[in-house]
Ligand binder design. Structure first.
Ligand SMILES: NC(=O)c1ccc[n+]([C@@H]2O[C@H](COP(=O)([O-])OP(=O)(O)OC[C@H]3O[C@@H](n4cnc5c(N)ncnc54)[C@H](OP(=O)(O)O)[C@@H]3O)[C@@H](O)[C@H]2O)c1
Length: 278
């Protein structure tokens, strides 16, 4: 297949390129394909004629989005609309990565794909705008909501924890936000399986299991053999510009019902990651 990947310099984009290396890849970055430029985006994709487009480009700075509303909606909303319009022009399927932050955090059990939407941050609202544009424009789409990503090629929570462990014996970490850490190579592998099918729709796709940030930090230090005292704090004590959902565990129901294997437990995945970066 000829696959066009946007945001290929990003954390997930990098692993998508690895997972799909057996295909003919068109790897784009914000420099070669700025998805906010409607005319160029449509022209570029029509000229390239891919069999499928995967969008891993986004404005992902959750706190930055609270200050830069226009940029958030331009990239995560309008940019996605531009890509969907280009896909409609050449009648090719579109894979888009969305987020658990489209939910408000009030759930008390894993949220399925048809769970009630209610983003509480500008990032979540802008990502929802992208989802809505796709559903309005296309029939052949995969919207993949994932969460708490980490991988080799980007800034992420496990990396930050391990860096802090070099200089701190005590670290405060939020305990009242619960989700599922997801390893980008596992997610990229899942996407590589999904695009071989025409089982379009919305999918929740994360590693299995769930934890709070605090539990995740403790597990990271345990696996890495770091003697760090993790002090639990509430999200309100650890004030950040953007509110986060307090519970956003995603039930990967559609994924399993469509016959795919659940991604492995987050504990196995983080062990592999720590082994690789040690
Ligand atoms: N990180 C998470 O915890 C998380 C959780 C749930 C969902 N997601 C979603 O997963 C996807 C991948 O996230 P990630 O963490 O891998 O993101 P990332 O590392 O921040 O990469 C995003 C990429 O988007 C590109 N980009 C930004 N603005 C662009 C524009 N106007 N045109 C084209 N490209 C642009 C950037 O390209 P340049 O580097 O070239 O500027 C960057 O490489 C995103 O859709 C994100 O919303 C992430």
């Amino acid at each position: 297949m000829k696959i066009l990947i946007t945001g290929s310099n990003g954390m997930l984009g990098h692993d998508l390129a690895n997972a799909l290396e057996g295909h003919e890849l068109i790897l784009t970055t914000s420099k070669t394909l700025d998805i906010t430029d409607k005319d160029h985006t449509i022209e570029f994709i029509c000229d390239a004629e891919p069999d499928i487009v995967i969008n891993s480009a986004a404005y992902t700075d959750v706190d930055g989005c609270e200050e830069n509303h226009d940029l958030a909606y331009a990239v995560n909303g309008e940019g996605v609309r531009n890509l969907a319009m280009a896909c409609r022009e050449i009648d090719c399927p579109f894979v888009h990565i969305s987020t658990d932050y489209v939910f408000d955090g009030s759930a008390t059990e894993p949220i399925a794909e048809d769970g009630e939407i209610g983003p509480i941050s500008i990032y979540g609202k802008s990502k929802l705008q992208g989802e809505e544009a796709i559903q309005e424009i296309l029939d052949k789409y995969f919207i993949i909501r994932t969460a708490w990503l980490y991988g080799l090629n980007g800034k992420n929570f496990p990396k930050t924890m391990l860096e802090l462990a070099e200089s701190h014996s005590e670290i405060t970490v939020v305990y009242d936000e619960v989700g599922t850490p997801t390893y980008t190579p596992d997610l990229a592998y899942g996407i590589s399986e999904l695009i071989e099918t025409d089982r379009y729709g919305i999918y929740h796709l994360t590693n299995s299991g769930s934890c709070s940030w605090c539990e995740f930090a403790r597990y990271i230090f345990e696996v890495a053999g770091k003697d760090v005292n993790v002090i639990p704090v509430t999200a309100s004590e650890f004030a950040r510009p953007a509110p986060r959902p307090s519970y956003s565990v995603l039930d990967n129901r559609n994924w399993v019902e469509n016959g795919f294997e659940p991604l492995r437990d987050y504990k196995e995945a983080i062990k592999e990651y720590i082994e690789l970066i040690k």
